[in-house]
Design a protein around this ligand. Structure first.
Ligand SMILES: [Zn+2]
Length: 381
């Protein structure tokens, strides 16, 4: 046995409690050291998966995530911290994993997991962990693993429950369970539904256990675990390959990764929000207000300002009364928000968006710009 095929004394000490387990031993620890695992998403699930795999002595961990660390991530994405706010998640996660195991090799894929790089990335690793939160990437990962013949450990969380899927090659894939990508509008996301960080910890830790079991050769069939943290229950479902599966079946329709098949399935609110500009010019506002489906125009100035001048048809809801008067602002129609110069109305626009108003825009420059550029009859002050 050469030195490369043996554990060092340092490694024996580091992994002593794990090596002692039945089915691990020195050979199992060596298998982990040789293993290359790709984690998709350094988020609520990717955090515990990454930390536990790094601590367990997995040799190479790849992290694919195109996002940066945001403050709303921190309550559940425990590899990141206040000191890495604004950094790419790949870098932030690599730092945390390196701290827990300095011997670990980490590969960063800040471009994320895309149709363009999926096949190549899957080929470079022994196993893929999917901790992403959108259906497009989830199905892309599932299909890329089937086509590449690699095992996939998948996890998802919603509110206080979640699931962990283990999909081994030729033993039943994600599409055997879910043949087509659902319409995202029909499925709540974490952003809509909310999630506890600890629930991500439960599901992510369970995913890490499954990854280690697969790497050690302890899994012979695909399986799905459904875990309800609130009820304190879990259910294990054995999966079998479905001959009619569009990806791994006997006459599959999915034979390669086609870009159109994995278009981002934004939920309808997010899609509308991204289509609606945050700000419009006064000229654009005038065009919209004169159009066939005019938006509601809300003036968020004070009553004495409104008495001086107003845009015809506007409705006065002073800024500080907006939170209490949300019921007066319909959610399902376009809304323009206007004030004196555009500052207060931008705050209200962003507040309304945070409350789920997807089709709301600020009027840039406010009524003052309106007087200057659209209607000089409106007095300035
Ligand atoms: Zn299948």
């Amino acid at each position: 046995m050469s030195a490369e095929q043996r554990l060092s004394d340092h490694e024996r000490a580091l992994y002593a409690r794990q090596i002692r387990l039945p089915g691990v031993g020195e050979s199992g620890q060596l298998r982990l050291r040789e293993a290359k695992v790709l984690i998709l998403g350094a988020g609520g699930l990717g955090s515990p998966v990454g930390l536990y795999l790094a601590a367990a002595g997995v040799g190479l961990i790849g992290i694919a995530d195109p996002d940066k660390v945001e403050i709303s991530n921190l309550h559940r994405q425990v590899v990141h911290g206040f000191d890495t706010l604004g950094l790419p998640k790949t870098i932030s996660a690599a730092e945390a994993l390196g701290e827990i195991n300095p011997g670990l090799k980490v590969a960063l894929h800040p471009e994320g997991f895309t149709v363009e790089n999926a096949a190549e990335l899957v080929a470079r690793y022994d196993l893929v962990v999917d901790g992403t939160d959108n259906f497009a990437t989830r199905f892309l990962a599932a299909d890329a693993c089937v086509l590449g013949g690699k095992p996939l450990v998948h996890g998802s969380v919603l509110r206080e429950s979640g699931q962990v899927g283990v999909f081994l090659p030729k033993a039943g894939c994600y599409r055997c369970l879910y043949p087509v990508i659902p319409d995202a509008a029909s499925v709540p996301t974490c952003a809509d539904a909310g999630v506890f960080g600890a629930t991500c910890g439960v599901i992510g830790s369970w995913m890490a256990s499954e990854v280690i079991a697969v790497l050690l050769g302890k899994r012979v069939s695909s399986r799905l675990l459904v875990i309800d943290v609130a009820a304190g229950t879990s259910k294990l479902l054995a999966l079998a390959a479905d001959a009619a599966c569009p990806c791994c079946g006997s006459a599959p329709s999915i034979r390669s990764l086609e870009k159109d098949a994995y278009a981002p399935t934004l939920c309808s609110t997010q899609a509308l929000m991204s289509e609606t500009p945050l700000e419009v010019t006064v000229e654009e506002a005038q065009r919209l207000l004169a159009g066939p489906n005019p938006p509601i125009l809300i003036d968020v100035r004070e009553m004495d300002e409104y008495a001086v001048c107003r845009i015809e048809g506007s409705r006065l809801i002073p800024m500080n009364t907006v939170p209490a008067r949300l019921a007066e602002i319909p959610q399902d129609v376009p809304v323009l928000v206007q004030c004196h110069h555009g500052g207060r109305s931008m705050k209200v626009t962003q507040f309304l968006r945070s409350k789920g108003y997807a089709r709301v825009s600020n009027v840039k420059g406010g009524i003052d710009a309106w007087s200057l550029k659209v209607d000089p009859k409106v007095p300035r002050y």
